[in-house]
Design a protein around this ligand. Structure first.
Ligand code: ADP
Length: 259
């Protein structure tokens, strides 16, 4: 969709990319990268040209989630060429680190590096680019959402109060820079026990529904905790590709219909 950004500095569009959607969270460990990877995988399986960019300088995981340790090369324009796995173009700031060396850049340098990075990837033609943002609402997140003309953002949370409080901060960060919130995704919403078929709300019940109502944004899905989701993450094959019949994979598919 159009992004007018009234009263805001001009944001950069990336030529050739039709839609850019950010996946954010207020807190780490809620499954943001898992959601980003599975949304990308699902959209790609629906026939769209998809890119996934891991913007987490300090703990990048996209490469791991797609089972690649390939290093990207540069083209003649000195742009970085994304790595392609299962038809999805992957880019990760982690690709640029030598052998997992710790990243010690902070503050303004991290900000400048992030901007440079985002402008220097040879994406080619994409229907949608998913940006896996770092968790939280600090400088780097703000830089990204201010620099790139985002079409929308989804916020991942668990049903726990501590996660919801931070999700609220993420929503207000996007509001501040006029990025439309496409909705909330409640991850790890419940575990359905195979032996009694009951749903166990391990991290609490109803938090996502209440929060979405309070913030006046759609609740896009309640994703269950499933073994194949965790296994897919560890094995480098997102559950949406490895086990599309899984309940979490089905929930991811229902999200993409609403984007
Ligand atoms: P974040 O990006 O928010 O830090 P991750 O996506 O890395 O979180 O997820 C943290 C861990 O939880 C990973 O091991 C991942 O496989 C697992 N996980 C995330 N969502 C689910 C889920 N719905 N069911 C099972 N495991 C999950």
């Amino acid at each position: 969709g159009a992004n007018t950004n009234q009263g805001q500095p001009e944001k950069a569009t990336i030529p050739g990319i039709k839609r850019i959607i950010a996946v954010g969270s207020g807190k780490g460990g809620v499954g943001k990268s898992t959601v980003a990877a599975n949304l990308a995988a699902t959209l790609s399986q629906q026939g769209l040209k998809v890119g996934l960019c891991d913007c987490d300088l300090y703990g990048p995981s996209v490469a791991h989630m797609f089972g690649t340790d390939e290093n990207p090369r540069a083209n003649e324009k000195e742009e970085i060429i994304p790595i392609e796995v299962d038809g999805i173009k992957l880019m990760s700031m982690g690709f640029l680190l030598s052998d997992g060396a710790p990243v010690i850049v902070r503050g303004p340098i991290a900000t400048r590096y992030t901007q440079q990075f985002l402008r220097n990837v040879a994406w080619g033609e994409l229907d949608v680019l998913i940006l896996d943002l770092p968790p939280g609402t600090g400088d780097i997140q703000l830089t990204i959402v201010q620099t790139i003309a985002l079409d929308g953002a989804v916020i991942v949370t668990t049903p726990q109060e501590v996660a919801l409080i931070d999700a609220r901060k993420a929503v207000s960060m996007f509001d501040k820079v006029n990025v439309p919130i496409l909705g909330l995704i409640e991850n790890m919403a419940y575990f359905q026990c195979p032996s009694d078929n009951q749903q166990y709300h391990i991290f609490g019940k109803g938090g996502g529904v209440r929060e979405a109502e309070k913030l006046n944004v759609p609740l896009l899905a309640q994703i269950p905790i499933t073994m194949p989701t965790r296994e897919g993450g560890d094995a480098g094959k997102p559950v949406s590709i490895a086990a599309p019949e899984d309940a979490a994979a089905q929930a991811f598919a229902s999200v993409t219909e609403q984007l």
